[in-house]
Design a protein around this ligand. Structure first.
Ligand SMILES: [Zn+2]
Length: 75
């Protein structure tokens, strides 16, 4: 049997921030930050969230900032 072709598996952009052309991730945007976190407030990895390295780094520092300002809980 012939191997099945991979058709239309790859979307244009997996990183939601790249798709929206976000230059800097806002630490006050809790809604989008919480979408990248588990219920225990642990940040999802790059693979899980689908973010690119650049935006994942921004998300990481944004979450840290939000935690420091008590906008998000620590683990
Ligand atoms: Zn990105």
């Amino acid at each position: 049997m012939a191997r099945r072709r991979r058709t239309r598996r790859t979307r244009k952009n997996r990183c939601r921030f790249c798709r929206d052309k976000v230059v800097a991730v806002d630490y006050k945007d809790l809604e989008s930050l919480q979408r990248l976190m588990s219920s225990e407030a642990a940040l999802f990895g790059k693979k899980r969230s689908g973010n690119c390295s650049r935006h994942q780094r921004m998300v990481k520092s944004a979450v840290k900032r939000a935690r420091y300002l008590a906008l998000l809980p620590y683990l």
